[in-house]
Design a protein around this ligand. Structure first.
Ligand SMILES: Nc1ncnc2c1ncn2[C@@H]1O[C@H](COP(=O)(O)OP(=O)(O)OP(=O)(O)O)[C@@H](O)[C@H]1O
Ligand SMILES: [Mg+2]
Length: 310
């Protein structure tokens, strides 16, 4: 493949009835990268993933996924993708080993038994292999789902909110696996709502109302947002949230532990508002670098662009 991109599409569009849910997006994902896909509920992440792996036919757009045409070669693309759906899609009434064996059978794999045994070992599932999936905790189900998604050795892994409802230890182990796979050259595109996960990605895209509003490395997105953030601390700090929200140029006010973060776009005007406020109420005011979360919350407030409907 003569390109650094595992995914390179433009104008990708999907309509359901008269509603455009993915509105001509452009997406480039580096081979071997871990690409994070963020955006509010209903913004078009799952729909995009399903178009990329050949499960849904785009209404418009062009490009390639794994060197194959996204419009005409969806069948071939499907074979080389591992897709972990938002709801894990396991068979509850089969045990772990049977779930893996079933996937191996669907893909018509050779050396089925051997591959399933190796997969059980690789993700630490061997001891529990006879346990029914319905009796597993969320973290174990997730591990089985990942194992199923990579069993046929895909080149591209599409993970749709893979760690929703999973505890921090299991989430960290999960991300270690994803980075191991990346080391082996496997590309991952992961839809997530978690900021700590976004920060683990090599590149990000932020989608809202079917439009990509920001893209790049996490650092680049923070820089490009041109957002300014101050931290306020002091006695009974939480009592000031509603009054701060009424003040001009302070677009976001939120609690972070025992501090408040205040963000906005007009640096000097914000300073003119905040400094006297802090002095009058004997609060400590410090300008801090905005966090990815501050930037995404600011992006969520962007109004829907024209022609998303109709
Ligand atoms: N098969 C479908 N038929 C009609 N509308 C659909 C269909 N699938 C998705 N939609 C709509 O398309 C929009 C985008 O949905 P999508 O599932 O892609 O969002 P998402 O970004 O994955 O959201 P979430 O973060 O909640 O998973 C939503 O308004 C959804 O209701
Ligand atoms: Mg989704």
């Amino acid at each position: 493949m003569n390109t650094p991109w595992a995914i390179d599409v433009k104008g990708l569009t999907k309509k359901f009835g008269s509603t455009t849910v993915v509105n001509g997006i452009e997406l480039q994902v580096k081979q071997g990268g871990v690409f994070g896909f963020l955006g509010p509920n209903g913004s078009g992440k799952t729909t995009t993933i399903r178009m990329l792996c050949g499960l849904l036919t785009p209404d418009g757009g062009s490009g390639q996924c794994l060197g194959l045409d996204v419009i005409t070669q969806s069948r071939e693309i499907k074979k080389q993708c591992g897709y972990m759906t938002q709801k894990f899609s396991l068979y509850d009434d089969l045990n772990i080993e049977e779930n893996l064996d079933f996937v191996a059978m669907i893909y018509g794999m050779d050396k089925r038994k051997e591959r399933v045994q190796k997969a059980l070992q690789d993700l630490g599932l061997y001891e529990r292999r006879k346990q029914l999936v319905e009796t597993l905790s969320g973290g174990w189900k997730q591990r089985v789902a990942l194992s199923c998604a990579i069993l046929h050795q895909p080149k591209l892994l599409l993970l749709d909110e893979p760690t929703a409802g999973v505890d921090p230890k299991a989430r960290r182990e999960f991300w270690d696996h994803v980075h191991d796979l990346s080391q082996q050259g496997i590309t991952t595109l992961v839809a997530t709502h978690y900021m700590d996960e976004a920060e683990r990605c090599t590149d990000l895209a932020y989608i809202a109302y079917g439009n990509i509003l920001a893209r790049g490395t996490p650092q680049h997105i923070v820089q490009e947002a041109k957002l300014y953030t101050w931290q306020l601390t002091g006695k009974n700090i939480q009592n000031y949230i509603s009054v701060l929200r009424q003040l001009p140029t302070l677009d976001q006010v939120g609690s972070f532990g025992d501090a408040l973060h205040v963000s906005g776009y007009e640096h000097d005007k914000m300073a003119e508002t905040l400094q006297p406020f802090a002095t009058a109420h004997e609060l400590q005011l410090t300008e801090i670098p905005p966090r990815l979360e501050d930037v995404f919350i600011a992006l969520i407030k962007v109004e829907p662009k024209e022609a998303v409907h109709g």
